[in-house]
Design a protein around this ligand. Structure first.
Ligand code: SF4
Length: 191
C-alpha cells in the first residue's frame, strides 16, 4: 500500500522512477574523448519532462579508476576488487529500489550504456589488453578491441539483483537519434 492510501495525504510526485547510469546525468564522468552529449542525455531530459523521477547510479569507473583512466575493456576490469565495488554499489541501489517498491512506487527500468565494460546492457567492450601502453604496441592493441555479448560488470551485478524485483535493464538510445529517444520513453511510460 502506498503512503497516500495510508495517510490520505498526497503531493505532486509522479511515483514512477528509472535508474540510470551515472553519465546519463553527468557526461563528465566518461572517459575523456568518448562523451557524445554535453551533460544530460536527451532520454533523461524526456523522461523527466514526462514526470518520471531519475535515480542516478554511481559511476563505478570514476570510483574505481578515477578521471584520468584510459578506456578499458571488460577483461581488464574483471578482477575481484572491481567486482566487489560493483557488488557493493549494486547492493545499495537494490536497497533503494526495494524501499521504493515497498512504498508503492513503480521502478520502470534501469538504463545502461551499451559498449561500456561496466554499464553495457547487451554488449561491452572486450579485448586482451594489458601492460605498458607504448605507442606502437598501444596502436596494435587498440586495433583488436572487440565487443562481448556479455553485459558490463556493473550491469551484471545489477541484473543479478534487479531481475528478482522485476526491474528490467535497457540500453540508452543513441543521443543523436530523437526517434530512438522517443521510442524508449514511450516504451517505458506507456506500458
Ligand atoms: S562506468 Fe558507467 S556511469 Fe561511468 S562513465 Fe562508464 S558508462 Fe558512464
Amino acid at each position: 500500500m502506498n503512503i497516500p492510501e495510508l495517510t490520505g495525504v498526497s503531493d505532486a510526485r509522479g511515483r514512477r522512477i528509472v535508474l540510470v547510469s551515472h553519465c546519463l546525468l553527468n557526461a563528465n564522468s566518461q572517459v575523456e574523448g568518448l562523451a557524445t552529449w554535453p551533460a544530460i542525455h536527451p532520454v533523461v531530459l524526456a523522461l523527466g519532462a514526462s514526470g518520471v523521477g531519475i535515480m542516478q547510479l554511481p559511476c563505478p569507473e570514476l570510483l574505481g579508476c578515477g578521471m584520468r583512466r584510459w578506456g578499458q575493456t571488460r577483461e581488464q576490469l574483471d578482477f575481484p576488487g572491481f567486482r566487489a565495488l560493483c557488488d557493493r554499489l549494486a547492493d545499495d541501489a537494490l536497497a533503494s529500489v526495494v524501499e521504493f517498491q515497498r512504498c508503492g512506487y513503480e521502478v520502470l527500468a534501469c538504463i545502461g550504456i551499451d559498449g561500456s565494460p561496466s554499464c553495457g546492457v547487451n554488449h561491452s567492450a572486450s579485448g586482451a589488453w594489458g601492460g605498458e601502453p607504448g605507442p606502437a604496441a598501444w596502436a596494435s592493441a587498440v586495433s583488436v578491441v572487440g565487443s562481448s555479448p556479455e553485459p558490463g560488470l556493473f550491469m551484471a551485478a545489477l541484473r543479478a539483483r534487479l531481475d528478482a524485483v522485476g526491474v528490467r535493464l535497457v540500453p540508452a538510445p543513441d543521443a543523436s537519434n530523437p526517434d530512438a529517444v522517443a521510442a524508449l520513453v514511450t516504451d517505458l511510460t506507456q506500458r
